[in-house]
Design a protein around this ligand. Structure first.
Ligand code: NAD
Length: 249
């Protein structure tokens, strides 16, 4: 029987790489992002490699859209037993310049989005007696200047992860979080642009602070997701794995 996975924010960046990796591991994958058309290239890449995937447009912070998206997954791919809550946005600013809207959107996408997706997907996991939820936290959970909203959301996801692990464990569902450090994606490229430095210089400056002396790539995260999503990882739950090229402080 094919396992069905949902990956949110999967039109690009880490989510797209995670979707391709899970598909190459044999899972059918629902590629969810704001714009269905933007998900199509990822679906085509998966199909070209012999995998199975569908594209779904949904805002993870919209309750009705989330429930409809999960129902579509059930109808078209089968009941989901793997969920990767990866969709994310940044709205960085120092506290005194941060608008309430910038606070709300970051909370809504990361926290409300992960809550809505997990609530909708867990009923299929508990019914199957098997499930894997992986939440994308961040090293910013430990505090990061200019990211009061984002660091609060990413720290919140760690508490969310541990609580779901407690509630869902007896149904065969594990829940873990991955906290990436600097990963080369459009999100970090946008940060470089906003700071007025080239992405190459931005990456070099970051790499100089990282023990393994390089910045991360989406495959580094996809590898960790594949581990948590695997059937053999059933005794690992409620954990936060920092994937950051070194220890975190
Ligand atoms: P990205 O900006 O390249 O991709 C994020 C995707 O999420 C986009 O395709 C976007 O359209 C989608 N998205 C945003 N809001 C959404 C919504 N409401 N509903 C559905 N989809 C939505 O970012 P990325 O760098 O690939 O990051 C992926 C995840 O990893 C995010 O949760 C991010 O916070 C986290 N993360 C990234 C880094 C990094 O260095 N890049 C580090 C730590 C954590």
């Amino acid at each position: 029987m094919t396992t069905t996975a949902i990956v949110t924010g999967a039109a690009r960046g880490i989510g797209a790489t995670v979707a391709r990796r899970l598909a190459s591991d044999g899972l059918a994958v629902a590629v969810i992002d704001l714009d269905e058309a933007a998900c199509k290239p990822v679906v085509e890449q998966i199909e070209a490699a012999g995998g199975r995937a569908i594209a779904i447009g949904a805002d993870v912070s919209d309750e009705a859209a989330v429930d409809a998206a999960v129902e579509r997954v059930v109808a078209e791919l089968g009941a989901p037993t793997v969920l990767v809550n990866n969709a994310g946005v940044i709205r960085d600013n120092l506290l005194f310049r941060m608008s309430a809207d910038d606070w709300d959107i970051v909370m809504n996408v990361h926290l409300r989005g992960s809550f809505l997706m997990s609530r909708a997907a867990q009923k299929y996991m508990t019914a199957a007696g098997f499930g894997r939820i992986v939440n994308l936290s961040s090293t910013s959970a430990l505090g990061n200047r200019g990211q009061a909203n984002y660091s609060a959301a990413k720290a919140g996801l760690q508490g969310f992860t541990k609580t779901l692990a407690l509630e869902l464990g007896k149904f065969g569902v594990t829940v873990n979080a991955i906290a990436p450090g600097f990963i080369e994606t459009e999100m970090t490229a946008a940060t470089a642009e906003r700071m007025g430095v080239s992405f190459e210089d931005f990456k070099a400056a970051a790499a100089a602070q990282i023990p393994v002396a390089r910045t991360g790539v989406p495959d580094d995260i996809a590898h960790a997701v594949a581990f948590f999503a695997g059937r053999d990882a059933g005794f690992v739950s409620g954990q936060v794995l920092y994937v950051a090229g070194g220890p975190t402080t």
